[in-house]
Design a protein around this ligand. Sequence first.
Ligand code: AMP
Length: 411
Amino acid sequence: MSFEHLKLIEPILQALQSEGYTKPTPIQAKSIPLILEKKDLLGCAQTGTGKTAAFAIPVLQLLNEEPQTSGQRKIRALVLTPTRELAIQISDSFAAYGKNLNLKQIVIFGGVSQSSQVNALRSGVDILIATPGRLLDLMNQRFVHLDNIKLFVLDEADRMLDMGFINDVKKVIAKLPPKRQTLFFSATMPPEIQRLANTILVNPTKVEVTPVSSTAEKITQGLYYVDKPQKKHLLNHILKDQSIVTALVFTRTKHGADKVVKDLNNSGIKAEAIHGNKSQNARQRALSNFKDGSIRVLVATDIAARGIDIDELSHVINYELPNVPETYVHRIGRTGRAGLSGVAYSFCDAEERPYLKDINKLIGKQIPLLEDNPYPALIEVAPPAAKKPQGRGGRSEGSNQGGRKPWQNRR
Ligand code: AMP
């Protein structure tokens, strides 16, 4: 995926190129097309994910498409953000991505004299980036009029709440024209923020990126040591549990995904695969069958799974462990969303032990072992931490000596 695929106009593409951006981050790839379609958006993403560009780029393009009527520029986009630092950063981003466009922006925040901000407002701007307190102040003094707002971005909504700005935010929102596009960003969704989102967004599309630093605490994780040929039997066994309402099963390869689907269908469990070799229509069909409950199991490769948005997923099953540890966190983060609890099981065969070691290192703990299953691994491997204390991908594992099961070595 490149920025060219996102239907961005040439002046913006050139600006991104001079910023050194070669490809969109996941939040950008997901959000930019939706915003360009004028949809409301609920974005769950933290700073560091590229979320500023995810809204700034399409806001610039939309404003550019709709030229100003004659006379002085009127504020058509408002970005509210909690801190002065963020406001300046956002303003710098708008300036960078919009440098080849004829749009004007200013940033206003408290703690400094208002006179230069008022002068800039008087000369007319298209985009206003503001912290809530100073904005309200200037609105009350009638230096700011929000009647022409077409696009409203609320950035870091949860921090607004933490910092005690939420009432100011609500007062600003009350002055916005009801007919507008709203983009709502928050790293977390406490109930009050969810309620606010529900009241100000119209049919929003939710876009979420999982922070890679920590594994979501509310997800129950479990690990099965299993020999490769037994994985299909273990999967069948697990899926007998009818409390598994929906399961997203991950494989590393497209071929692997097809094989899992075939094995499941042979055992009478309805499943479909989504991966890069399937047509867009076939993927869409599989996804809607999964969402409406016609199939209980969807098998996906990591790349194909990136674009899918499923709420209320009860189980993730890592049929094959990913060779990039961050991918593990992304995979399991697909369950346990929107405050729901979730379960993530992982299968690990002898060859995958180095991957497991990297995952445990990344998440800072050992995935709890599930020993109660009819297909325990018989192929012996050395315990991951015992032989090689440091380093990524040390492959001392895989030897097949002795008759002990892997978990017997562990403690
Ligand atoms: P943010 O999450 O918006 O605070 O962005 C984090 C950092 O990533 C900022 O320094 C951006 O300049 C940078 N950034 C945003 N999008 C991209 C991209 N597509 N490629 C490279 N860097 C980016």
